[in-house]
Design a protein around this ligand. Structure first.
Ligand code: NAD
Length: 484
């Protein structure tokens, strides 16, 4: 199987190659075979991308929002028409099953392009009345050149979630995908330009952290949006602060999911499965600390174990497969280490957690019971299919323990008590909360974290504030007096 792109980078409206950059092999996670090789951006490539973004931005910002939006909406239409091919590529890049990619990745990318394309024409400032007939107005301005840096779990979606609001607001973007999944963002760039985006406004360059760092530090860059881990977020945020750049940080989590004994058990098990095993557990907002009220612990665990028998682990391209491999050998090893650690720490491995004896990066979904708050598997982000089940007795106790973490990305509660559901949601220290559901992320709703899980919000009107700034203009209608 091969998925070699036309060239490694997409700059100034066309594919660009520069083989002087170090090779990045792209592995198909289901087999471990190399399906493509791209090259890291050299300093010359980084400069080309930033220079073309800088040169193109002013003219783009001068267009009407409606004109900009039309191009984004046209790109959304093209993405939908090509959903099958884009989904296959997403599966090759990440290993996620086609059953998921065909309904989540290009489709949610298209949603973002359509949504922000629709908003673009409605972006305005305000008129503000002041005393004595004076007034002021605000102008909503783009920030300039934005850098987007992606994680490997949702390469198409991340490229669109950052690109669509940036472009709608009149910015240019240089996007660096994760070195683990470098293929999909190139297709997003290709489609945007096919839809009429002027050259230079959406550039994709490849590389590891060593390419991300100079992008963040460059004086031509006005904003940095990162999706990645907390340690990387710390570095990128600090580097951006040096240049007083705007930031959006979408970082990691160790989110709680609290299941009360009055909850609908079948839905709660569904929530725990969706919140731990979708995309083989490689989802930032996953509810990996599942607090189950003591009275329903056995019923929950036995129903969960039964339902896990329905996991279809196999060829990700087979539409019947609903559980794929880990993205890489490195990520698989991290997960296996945590499983060994959980056992050493005394948690009970109820099921799963075994590497499959075949090529590729396969592991079965793992459930630990009798997990306590101090165990590494309950404190650290694993980013794999490992669910920790913890017991609790009272609401106050569950909420306090749920919040006892440095992370604050997401949190969920399952209960049929209406008031308790909202009380617990109010009490969660997290940016994105769920009641009787888990991991929804439609473009209309803000998404992002609190505490160490990040700053800023993606999606919804809220994202506009993170890709634009306001200029205030004061207007005096009469003569102006001064003390002398
Ligand atoms: P990572 O932090 O290792 O890498 C993220 C990106 O940052 C990559 O593109 C990488 O090349 C780049 N990078 C690394 N060092 C850099 C530096 N010094 N300067 C600039 N860029 C640098 O994360 P990952 O392993 O690719 O992804 C998994 C992590 O992402 C998890 O922690 C997960 O929770 C998080 N994530 C968060 C969200 C969210 O929306 N909150 C979504 C998906 C993933």
């Amino acid at each position: 199987m091969k998925a070699q792109p036309t060239a490694s980078h997409f700059i100034n409206g066309r594919y660009v190659e520069d083989k002087a950059g170090a090779e990045i092999p792209v592995y198909y996670p289901a087999t471990g075979e190399v399906i493509a090789v791209v090259h890291e951006a050299t300093p010359a490539i980084i400069d080309q991308a930033l220079a073309s973004a800088k040169a193109a931005q002013a003219q783009w910002a001068a267009m009407s929002g409606t004109e900009r939006g039309r191009i984004l909406r046209r790109a959304a239409d093209i993405m939908r028409v090509r959903n099958h091919d884009l989904s296959v590529l997403e599966t090759l890049d990440t290993g996620k099953p086609y059953q998921e990619t065909s309904v989540v990745d290009a489709t949610s990318g298209a949603d973002a392009l359509e949504y922000f394309g629709g908003l673009a024409g409605g972006l305005t400032g305000q008129h503000i009345r002041l005393p004595d007939g004076n007034w002021a107005y605000t102008i909503r301005e783009p920030l300039g050149v934005c850098v987007g840096i992606g994680a490997w779990n949702y390469p198409t979606q991340i490229a669109c979630w950052k690109g669509a609001p940036a472009l709608a607001c009149g910015n240019a973007m240089v996007f660096k995908p994760s070195e683990t999944t470098p293929l999909c963002a190139l297709k997003v760039a290709e489609i945007l330009h096919e839809a009429g985006l002027p050259a230079g406004l959406y550039n994709v360059i490849q590389g590891r952290g060593g390419v991300g760092a100079p992008l963040v530090a460059d004086a031509r860059v006005n904003k940095v949006s990162l999706t990645g881990s907390v340690p990387t977020g710390r570095k990128v945020y600090a580097a951006a602060a040096d240049g007083m750049k705007h930031v959006t940080m979408e970082l990691g989590g160790k989110s709680p999911l609290i299941i009360f004994d009055d909850a609908d058990l079948e839905s709660a098990v569904s929530g725990a499965i969706l919140g731990n095993f979708y995309s083989s557990g490689q989802v930032c907002s996953n509810g990996t600390r599942v607090f189950v009220q003591r009275g329903i612990k056995q019923a929950f665990l036995s129903r969960l174990s039964e339902r896990l028998q329905n996991a279809v682990i196999g060829d990700p391209m087979d539409p019947a497969t609903n559980f794929g491999p880990m993205v890489s050998e490195g990520q698989l090893q991290i997960v296996l280490n945590y499983i060994a650690k959980g056992q050493d720490e005394g948690a009970q491995l109820v099921c799963g957690g075994q590497r499959l004896d075949k090529p590729g990066y396969w592991i079965t979904p793992a459930v630990f019971a009798d997990v306590t708050d101090d165990m590494a598997i309950a404190r650290e982000e694993i980013f794999g299919p490992v669910m920790s089940v913890l017991d609790f007795d009272t609401e106050a106790e569950a909420l306090a323990r749920a919040n006892d973490t440095e992370f604050g990305l997401a949190a969920g509660v399952f209960t049929n008590d209406l008031q308790r559901a909202h009380r617990v949601a109010e009490g969660f220290e997290a940016g994105t909360c769920y009641i009787n559901t888990y991991n929804d992320a439609p473009v209309e709703v803000p998404f992002g974290g609190s505490k160490m899980s990040g700053v800023g919000r993606e999606n919804s009107h809220a994202a506009i504030a993170h890709y634009s700034q306001l200029k205030s203009v004061f207007v005096r209608m009469g003569a102006l007096e001064a003390p002398f």
